[in-house]
Design a protein around this ligand. Structure first.
Ligand SMILES: [Fe+2]
Ligand SMILES: [Fe+2]
Length: 381
C-alpha cells in the first residue's frame, strides 16, 4: 500500500484474463503458466494451487488517505468483491527523494528451507534464483523511482570470491547507485573475500558508509563479525555512527544488517546485534536524534519501536514473500512501502518457498500490512 497505489498479489488466477479494479483504476492481466519447484517429500510441483501461476499487479491513480473497495472479474464472469483497502497519507511537506533497499540476496545459495528441501526448477539457461530475484527487485525499485539502493547485507550465500564478483557485476549493471553493507553470510572466519567488491561503496572494517540524499542522510553500519553470527557494534563504531547522525544536515536513517535485540535473550532466530551492543547503539542513536533504523537478517517484515526509535526489518529478495522496500523522503517525514517482486520467474519461486517449515514460513515472513507499509513524521531533532 502507498499513498496513491496498492499492490494486489495472487497465488493463481482462475481465467485466461482477469480485470482488477479500485476507484477509478482498472488493470487487466493475463496469468502466465505456473512455475515449478522441487520439494523434498512432494516432488516437482507447480507453484500456486490453480492453473495460472502466482503474480501481482499495482493499481495506481488512487487518492491518499481514502478507503476503496477493490474487486476482480474473470473474463466473461461476474465481478467478485476483494475487500477494502486504505491508502496511506503521505508524510507532511514536499517529496524530496526516493531510495530503496534490498536485503539478504544470498547470491550463490542453491536451495531453501529446512535441510534445503526446496529447489528451483528452471531451464538450464536461467539465472539461479538468488540472482534473478535480486536483479528483478533492483529493476522494479528503479522503475518505482529509487535514486539509490541500500543493499543491507547477506549479499552472498557463503562469502566466496565468485559470489562477491557476481554481486559486484549486478551492482554495476543495475543502473542505480548501490550502497552496500555486509552480513554474517559475507564474513566467514577471517577471510576478506569481500575485497572482490572492488571499488563499490560499502561499509567494512567497522567503518560506516555515509551518503546524503535530498532531505535524508543514510548511515550504513558494519555489524558482522568473523567470530560468530551475532551482530557486533563496538564503542568506536557507535561513536562514528553517532557523529555522522549528529552532524547531518537532515534527519538520518541508520541501516544495519542485524536488527538490534530488545531483550536480554534473543526472542527470535537468527540472533541480531548482541544485547550490550544494542543498548549502547540505541541509547546513542536516541540521544543523537536518529529518525529510523532499518535492518535485514531476519528475512521477514516487521516494524516496531525501541523507546522513541522506529525500527523496520524487511524480508529477503529471494525467499517468501520476496521483495524490496521503497522509501519516500518528505520534508516532514518518511514513508515505507514493501513490494513483492512481481516478475513471474521470481514470484513463482518465492511462492514455492512459502511452504518451508511446514508452511509456517509463508505465514510468518510477510508480517502485517502495517509492518510493511507506513508513513511516519520525523522526530524532533
Ligand atoms: Fe540472510
Ligand atoms: Fe544475516
Amino acid at each position: 500500500m502507498e499513498d496513491t497505489s496498492a499492490q494486489i498479489v495472487w497465488r493463481s488466477l482462475p481465467a485466461r484474463e482477469v480485470t482488477f479494479g479500485a476507484g477509478p483504476t482498472t488493470v487487466t492481466v493475463a496469468p502466465g503458466p505456473p512455475t515449478w519447484a522441487s520439494f523434498r517429500l512432494r516432488g516437482v510441483r507447480p507453484s500456486g494451487p490453480g492453473p495460472g501461476g502466482p503474480g501481482a499487479v499495482v493499481l495506481e491513480g488512487l487518492e491518499p488517505g481514502r478507503t476503496y473497495r477493490w474487486w476482480w472479474q474473470p473474463a466473461g464472469g461476474e465481478r467478485v468483491e476483494g475487500g477494502s483497502l486504505q491508502t496511506l497519507r503521505p508524510p507532511p511537506g514536499a517529496l524530496l527523494a526516493r531510495f530503496a533497499t534490498v536485503s539478504d540476496l544470498h547470491i550463490g545459495e542453491r536451495r531453501f528451507g529446512l535441510l534445503g528441501g526446496i529447489r528451483d526448477v528452471q531451464p538450464a539457461s536461467a539465472e539461479p534464483y538468488p540472482l534473478r530475484a535480486a536483479a528483478a527487485a533492483l529493476d522494479e525499485a528503479r522503475s518505482w523511482g529509487a535514486e539509490a539502493v541500500v543493499w543491507k547485507g547477506d549479499l552472498t550465500g557463503r562469502a566466496r570470491v565468485r559470489e562477491f564478483e557476481a554481486v559486484a557485476e549486478l551492482a554495476r549493471s543495475s543502473g542505480v547507485p548501490a550502497l552496500l553493507q555486509l552480513g554474517n553470510h559475507d564474513r566467514r572466519r577471517h577471510q576478506s573475500n569481500h575485497t572482490a567488491l572492488g571499488g563499490l561503496a560499502y561499509a567494512h572494517d567497522g567503518e560506516p558508509l555515509v551518503e546524503d540524499l535530498a532531505g535524508v542522510r543514510l548511515v550504513l553500519a558494519d555489524s558482522p563479525s568473523p567470530e560468530d553470527r551475532w551482530g557486533h557494534l563496538d564503542a568506536a563504531q557507535v561513536e562514528r555512527i553517532v557523529a555522522a547522525v549528529a552532524s547531518a544536515p537532515h534527519p538520518s536513517v541508520v541501516s544495519l544488517h542485524h536488527p538490534p535485540e530488545r531483550w536480554p535473550l534473543p526472542t527470535s532466530y537468527p540472533p541480531g546485534v548482541t544485547r550490550s551492543d544494542s543498548r549502547r547503539l540505541i541509547d546513542a542513536l536516541e540521544r543523537a536524534g536518529a529518525a529510523l533504523v532499518i535492518a535485514g537478517h531476519s528475512h521477514r517484515n516487521r516494524t516496531y519501536r525501541i523507546g522513541r526509535l522506529l525500527v523496520a526489518e524487511v524480508g529477503s529478495t529471494k525467499d517468501h514473500p520476496g521483495g524490496w522496500a521503497g522509501y519516500a523522503v518528505h520534508e516532514g517525514g518518511i514513508r515505507q512501502v514493501v513490494r513483492r517482486t512481481a516478475r513471474r520467474d521470481v514470484i513463482g519461486w518465492t511462492d514455492a518457498t512459502a511452504s518451508a517449515l511446514g508452511g509456517l514460513w509463508g505465514w510468518w515472513s510477510p508480517g502485517r500490512l502495517s509492518d510493511r507499509c507506513w508513513s511516519a513524521g520525523w522526530p524532533p531533532r
